[in-house]
Design a protein around this ligand. Sequence first.
Ligand code: PBG
Length: 327
Amino acid sequence: MSQLQRPRRNRKNDVIRSLVRESAVTPQDLIAPLFVREGMNERTNIVSMPGHARLSIDQLVLEAKELFSLGVKCVALFPAIEDGKKTSDARETWNHDNLNLRAIKEIKNALPDMHILGDIALDPYSSDGHDGLVDPKTGEIINDATLEALARQALASANAGVDILGPSDMMDGRIGYLRRALDGEGFHNISLMSYTAKYASAFYGPFREALDSAPKKGDKKTYQMDPANGREALREATLDEAEGADILMVKPGLPYLDIVYRLRQHSTLPIAVYNVSGEYAMVKAAAEKGWIDGERVMMESLVSFKRAGADIILTYFAKEAARLLQK
Ligand code: PBG
């Protein structure tokens, strides 16, 4: 039968499929989030994130070396701060000898070309488990006083050697505030990857278990975005651009691909997406049960981020995916 249009011709074999393929994932697109703990030679498995552990700094350096050799050249660090060091003013955040800053220095020492994304938010250090300072009377998350604390965190991380800072706190005005604080100290080369559209999501559950950082009271809905909103992400993006962000991020990933796509249309800046802990846990759990093919679901998820328009993917699959891509 004659049919002018037969889209299947472009799918008829592997060679033609590769020729017409529109998007691809490479290890260089990936950022690997890693969890850090105190101690030596320690790897504490994170139950809800199979394959991930809280690593003591020596083990963290080994992990970073392996990632680098696989082509993953940026890691995001998340420190598990000991309970005794968490306070309501989160002052451990800028203690120059804290776990996070020691980890940054040791990785940079061992691997000068590995890029480090330092998270900016108070929650790992806060006895309240919030990203900002909490008003003890009203329970309000105080925006402007938090900015000052975040700037201290940013400068401490800059001094330790981070390459990129990722403000994940969702306070208003933080990108401009941090840019000015960094420039004021001569750190004009440190990039800001803004968590532009960070949603108040249940997909962060395993991460909060890993850091024991869940809010003690209330939730994060007065600063993280409402999952029902899309247009609001464009407002945040416009502000972040004007305040000097270098890269815009969407978080979580898979349930928010429409936001990735809309930011891609809206902005000329690079777009990053965070494939978060709960997304990872779901794939791992279903694969463990034999209900899905975990490797294929992983690669399909990652390429969907590229198709939606993301340039950069933060993912707990980074090592596994990079290994697979090397084959
Ligand atoms: C904290 C922060 C969170 C994540 C990254 N930075 C948790 C939160 O906002 O409660 C979540 C990452 C993940 O779930 O993988 N500022």
